[in-house]
Design a protein around this ligand. Structure first.
Ligand SMILES: [Zn+2]
Length: 256
């Protein structure tokens, strides 16, 4: 299923399973929407191996959650839950979505790890690698994809294993209630009476853990795999807009 097939967006989030993007980046997507950015979601599998829900139910939950997060683009593919592989075909398919929607930023799970739970489910690792390689593929002129090449400016990873410190943490305190609403759209996963674990509590704890590291109530952490190219380090601390004032000051100083 695909909505808004060729709309240009600012950020594209890849997830292996129907709830991955909500869990790892829901607060950030909500925040960016409020700031006027357009976001999109590509889910690579139907989540048919999940203990709760059916593929049909989970497809609807993806739609409901994407609506709550205000995503402009949603694609839900069927690459096989627990069979997701980083190979030529999956890279090509992911590159197709990158070229169609031309995002500046891509989000995807961390791509390496080994103990088998959330941060290193083999599908999550594969999704991270697929996104990483698809970003490279999407720049290749001869790639057999109809849409023209596109270069992404940054790839940020979520679902960080314990040994990976976040490069940055986004304050999602204001978005927390809506984030819980987006997570709750995945009723078969997080509000399923057949499951005895309190998933929403553990996700809130994760957000508190990240928030505590930057002195706010709730946060979401991201890490990068290669250095970022920076023109102005003030952009990293939220004050890029002072650049024109600086030039104005210099001009006045030169004249006197
Ligand atoms: Zn998952």
């Amino acid at each position: 299923m695909t909505q808004n097939e060729y709309e240009q967006i600012d950020l594209l989030a890849f997830g292996a399973h129907p709830d991955d993007v909500e869990v790892g980046c829901g607060g950030l997507l909500l925040k960016l929407r409020k700031r006027g950015y357009k976001t999109g979601i590509v889910v690579l599998t139907q989540g048919e191996m999940g203990t709760g829900g059916t593929p049909e139910l989970r497809r609807q939950e993806v739609i409901d959650a994407a609506e709550i997060m205000g995503a402009s683009v949603l694609a839900h593919l069927d690459m096989g839950d627990c069979r997701l592989e980083d190979n030529y075909n999956s890279r090509l398919e992911a590159a197709r979505y990158i070229r169609r929607h031309r995002p500046r930023i891509v989000l995807a799970p961390w791509w390496t790890g080994g103990h088998g739970k959330r941060a290193s489910h083999p599908d999550h690792l594969a999704c991270g690698r697929i996104a990483m390689n698809a970003i490279n593929y999407s720049t290749l002129k001869k790639l057999p994809v109809e849409e023209p090449p596109h270069a992404v400016s940054g790839l940020f990873h979520y679902f960080l294993p314990p040994e990976v410190a976040p490069t940055f943490i986004v304050d999602i305190t204001q978005e927390f209630d809506d984030w819980i609403k987006a997570l709750s759209a995945h009723k078969s996963q997080f509000l399923n009476p057949e499951k005895n674990r309190d998933y929403l509590w553990s996700l809130e704890s994760m957000a508190r853990g990240y928030g505590g590291q930057i002195g706010v109530k709730y946060g979401q952490g991201y890490a990068i795999g290669e250095p970022l190219k920076i023109e102005d380090p003030f952009c990293l601390v939220g004050s890029c807009s002072r650049v024109p004032e600086f030039y104005q000051f210099r001009k006045i100083a030169d004249e006197s």
